[in-house]
Design a protein around this ligand. Structure first.
Ligand SMILES: *[C@@H]1O[C@H](CO)[C@@H](O)[C@H](O)[C@H]1NC(C)=O
Ligand SMILES: *[C@@H]1O[C@H](CO)[C@@H](O)[C@H](O)[C@H]1NC(C)=O
Ligand SMILES: *[C@@H]1O[C@H](CO)[C@@H](O)[C@H](O)[C@H]1NC(C)=O
Ligand SMILES: *[C@@H]1O[C@H](CO)[C@@H](O)[C@H](O)[C@H]1NC(C)=O
Length: 461
């Protein structure tokens, strides 16, 4: 190999969690918060509290939504590059719920003086596009919540990006189909961008979304379960419930590490939990088959298995990143180590359509639908797993609190999906962008400049 990466001993995860993110981190559970205070307090310089709130901040004087397109104005979008379920994503598809506008799109998360230099995505979208070109793209993996995030990014970065596939031309593309965001060749940015050598505007995606509900394939999960647990005769882990999933043995080599011009991803951004239910994983549910009753371990048993599976996933991803001697190609030709981010899963809000404004505190669940009441436990499993120094290149970015306070911000059809434009999904983009470009890329020994030519030139600070 021509070069080697910085040894891990040089690198500690502590500095990653500084600055802006802190006020978002306020995970709702005491144990997670104390975990964070522990990590943060060892930095010494940061005052850390339960700060951050939604503040009312309308963008226009227009007082009512009179057609579906008005949602774009209220959200502060010039348009959206993705054409998939356009007005469903913007939640302006049902006239019966138009009274939610413009208020629902008029909130901004106030970080409350954390003293950080967060670039506001809404006024700096060109800079994010520049970073995606010059520092490498994002591969985002997850279920339909993540698909909503992808749609929102396609709005936040419009008109500098285009998205594929074109669902107006090809409405038959199903959920498994990859969706991509590319640089718009007509954007004025094209003139001033520094393209990594080998980058092709029409071929190299800036962002790719794959629908991967479980982060592991059902086949490998079933096999993994067999190796870890004694299974009774006739045990089946999965029911017939629909699920989309792929194995890291596919998406790491075939997508994440794919070389220019097919891909140049710097960051893998993953999220899972929503489909980890005892209806899909029916092996954990109580059931009766051929007159024989069988008692599964229930949701807590499933969470235990989730812990084993995510550890296996993290081991695979960490090892694959270490094995990847090429890295992402930066503008100027330098290379950098790729990184993985885990975004906590977002739970739903019961009776969401009764709400017309954000909460100030996270309210408890009343009916415990699906696995919603347990999502925090799934998130905690991931957070605990990734909190030590064991996974140097996988980071848990706890940004779910703003969303937990927005029962008003759901799609028209259900109380799990979040609309694009309400500030929630756009906040995820903003904070993840900040995290990957400012919190982890700055720490020198880690984000090592490598390669001969150009090694000293920091062309893309
Ligand atoms: C709303 O109208 C007032 C008075 O005309 C104007 O000063 C203000 O800038 C407008 N606000 C927005 C967001 O357009
Ligand atoms: C970029 O890709 C397109 C087709 O995908 C190809 O026609 C074009 O020649 C490529 N451009 C460069 C500079 O390689
Ligand atoms: C499953 O069966 C056990 C044993 O009867 C019982 O304690 C448990 O509550 C049941 N769980 C569910 C979700 O029905
Ligand atoms: C990493 O490389 C080693 C040695 O070539 C190989 O055995 C292992 O399977 C690789 N791991 C991953 C996750 O790619």
């Amino acid at each position: 190999m021509l070069f080697s990466w910085a040894p891990h001993a040089l690198y500690t995860k502590l500095p990653l969690l500084v600055l802006c993110l802190i006020s978002l981190l306020l995970v709702s559970r005491t144990s997670s918060s104390s975990l964070f205070s522990l990590r943060i307090s060892s930095l010494g310089s940061f005052s850390f509290g339960k700060t951050g709130k939604w503040t009312y901040s309308p963008r226009t004087n227009k007082t009512a939504l009179v057609n579906s397109e008005d949602a774009l104005i209220f959200a502060g979008f010039e348009g959206c590059a993705s054409s998939r379920e356009f007005y469903w994503h913007l939640a302006s598809d049902k006239q019966g719920q138009w009274d939610r506008f413009p208020v629902v799109d008029s909130w901004k998360w106030d970080l409350e003086n954390t003293g950080c230099d967060l670039r506001d995505l809404e006024t700096h979208k060109e800079e994010m596009v520049r970073d995606l070109v010059e520092k490498g793209g994002w591969l985002i993996l997850g279920d339909s919540i993540t698909e909503g995030h992808f749609f929102s990014i396609s709005c936040s970065l419009y008109p500098h990006v285009i998205a594929t596939p074109d669902y107006l031309e090809n409405p038959f593309f199903d959920r498994a189909w990859p969706q991509n965001i590319y640089l718009n060749p007509n954007s004025f940015l094209v003139q001033s961008l520094k393209f990594p050598p080998g980058f092709n505007i029409t071929q190299t995606p800036l962002i790719t979304f794959r629908r991967i509900d479980l982060l592991l394939s059902t086949e490998e999960l079933a096999q993994f379960h067999k190796t870890r647990h004694s299974e009774e005769d006739g045990f089946v882990l999965f029911s017939e419930e629909a699920v989309w999933s792929l194995s890291p043995s596919y998406y790491l080599p075939e997508i994440f590490f794919s070389p220019l011009p097919q891909g140049n991803y710097a960051h893998l951004i993953a999220s899972t939990a929503g489909h980890w239910t005892t209806t899909l994983f029916s092996g954990f549910a109580n059931d009766t088959k051929d007159g024989i009753e069988r008692y599964g371990e229930g949701i807590d048993g499933l969470i235990g298995f989730f812990g084993e599976a995510t550890e296996m996933w993290a081991n695979t991803v960490q090892e694959a990143i270490e094995n990847d001697s090429e890295g992402v190609v930066l503008a100027g030709g330098r290379r950098a180590r790729r990184q993985a981010i885990v975004r906590p899963y977002l739970t739903g809000h019961e009776d969401c359509h009764d709400y017309r404004q954000p909460w100030t505190n996270i309210e408890p669940f009343k009916w415990d639908w699906y696995n919603w009441g347990s999502i925090w436990k799934f998130n905690q499993v991931f957070e605990t797993l990734l909190s030590g120094s064991r996974y140097a290149d996988i980071h848990y970015v706890a940004i779910e609190r703003p969303a937990r306070l927005r029962p008003d911000a759901h799609a028209t059809s259900d109380c799990l999906h979040i609309m694009a434009g309400a500030g929630v999904l756009e906040g995820w983009t903003n904070y993840i962008w900040h995290f990957v470009t400012r919190e982890i890329s700055g720490s020198k020994p880690f984000w090592l400049a490598i390669g001969g030519k150009g090694a000293n030139e920091d062309s893309n600070k």
